[in-house]
Design a protein around this ligand. Structure first.
Ligand code: ADP
Ligand code: MG
Length: 412
């Protein structure tokens, strides 16, 4: 069933507590290097303001240790949001303290308040499973959520990036606001629609491209996707655990030895399900990974002392051909160490193939933080149907996991 969105409720004269993902990247001086996450929250923010509501925005930023740490203040975000909205944004120096409460109380229709970093309060990240046998943790988390909830009449969740977590602001706050409107924003609506439709109603051939650092991070996704896709293309460091499971020599390439058996089982299962699996036939290898490191292209087995850092040109060609005839594409994880050219070649080739297939009518989804930044680095973001804003969240969605923080919200 579909979830109610902020467009389905009346916000006029109401105080709207909205969880957003303002976890923006910053440089060493605290300067915001990409305001993409703020920009993506604007449609929901503007909707509330244009309809006469006032907003109390809350987010986390980085990983402070559960106490005030000025390196992680949301103050620069308030400033940037104000520039984007072309109106003042009030900033509270605390999250549930006297400043936040006074400023929330003073809000009038059309006003915007941003609370200080949720993670300055250790209660935000208490996990429900840890609080299960510890009543003091449970009470602390509930009390924190109640203080936030008491500031508002309506709850809106538009933070897809944290939707898979049971943080206080994501799950406990809507739980204690039962009886009041609790809805999703437009960003989450779009993510659910894109990811959901793609996985559940794919036009075939449906191709998954998986890469990145670790098999162990993505086992669940692979397990789930082999049941759904026609073809899986595997590159990146994780390919070497799979190649080893097929008895290939992988030299000093990254490998998770305790996952070799699991990888073999997944390959067998894929064969049973008639899901084609492609592994790289050749590789760019180095002795030691560094910018400008001497590298060789090897076909097949990799010699000891050499480490694969990218798929080779044959792999790039083969993968490209297998992407171009797809009608639905899901991509997570780069094909190599794309941060260090020339080991971005494989990722580039695959990105260009996905863009080209999309141009010919395929639906393409890219999830994962590094994959999304690879696409942006290549300037291809407008040639992909959907770039998910949730790294971990989009992966868990592809695994078919349920999100409690979204389940708890109102249905249409
Ligand atoms: P995403 O964030 O898109 O889910 P991951 O975090 O799983 O992707 O993986 C990205 C990382 O994997 C990158 O930092 C990249 O350098 C690394 N990587 C990819 N291929 C290799 C390889 N062959 N050897 C070592 N690291 C690799
Ligand atoms: Mg990553």
């Amino acid at each position: 069933m579909a979830k109610k969105t902020v467009a389905d409720i009346d916000v006029k004269g109401k105080r709207v507590l909205m969880r957003v993902d303002f976890n923006v990247p910053q440089d060493d001086d605290g300067k915001i290097t990409s305001d993409d996450r703020i920009v993506k929250a604007l449609p929901t923010i503007k909707h509330v303001l244009d309809h006469g509501g006032s907003l109390i925005l809350m987010s986390h930023l980085g990983r402070p240790e559960g106490a005030r740490d000025d390196a992680y203040t949301l103050k620069p975000v308030a400033q940037r949001l104000s520039e984007l909205l072309k109106k003042p944004v009030v900033f509270a120096n605390d999250t549930i303290g006297p400043d936040a409460k006074a400023k929330a109380k003073a809000l009038k229709g059309g006003d915007v308040l941003l609370l200080e970093n949720l993670r300055f309060n250790k209660e935000e990240v208490i996990k429900d499973k840890d609080a299960k046998d510890k009543p003091d943790l449970r009470t602390a988390k509930d009390n924190f959520a109640k203080e936030l909830a008491a500031m508002a009449d309506v709850y809106v969740d538009d933070a897809f990036g944290t939707a898979h977590r049971d943080n206080a602001s994501m799950l406990t706050v809507p739980a204690v606001m039962q009886g009041k409107p609790r809805v999703i924003g437009f960003l989450i609506e779009k993510e659910l629609k894109f990811l959901g439709d793609t996985i559940n109603k794919p036009v075939r051939p449906f191709v998954a491209i998986l890469g990145g650092a670790k098999v162990s991070d993505k086992i669940g996704v692979i397990e789930s996707l082999i049941n759904k896709v026609n073809r899986i293309i595997i590159g990146g460091a994780m390919a070497y655990t799979f190649l080893k499971s097929r008895g290939k020599a992988i030299g000093d390439s990254r490998c998770e030895d305790n996952f070799v058996d699991k990888a073999a089982a997944l390959l067998n299962r894929a064969t049973e399900l008639n899901c084609e699996v492609l592994l790289p036939p050749d590789h760019a290898v180095v002795r030691k990974l560094a910018a400008g490191a001497e590298h060789r292209i090897l076909v097949g087995d990799i010699d000891p002392g050499w480490q694969a850092v990218d798929i080779g040109p044959m792999a790039a060609k083969e993968f490209t051909a297998k992407i171009l005839d797809a009608k639905t594409i899901v991509w997570n994880g780069p094909m190599g160490v794309f941060e260090i050219p020339p080991f971005d070649k494989g990722t580039k080739a695959v990105a260009q193939a996905v863009a080209k297939a999309t141009g010919k009518g395929a639906k393409s989804i890219v999830g994962g933080g590094d994959s999304a930044s690879a696409i942006e680095q290549l300037g291809l973001q407008d040639k992909i149907s959907h770039i998910s804003t949730g790294g971990g969240a989009s992966l868990e969605f592809l695994e078919g996991k349920k999100f409690k923080a979204i389940d708890i919200l109102d249905e249409k």
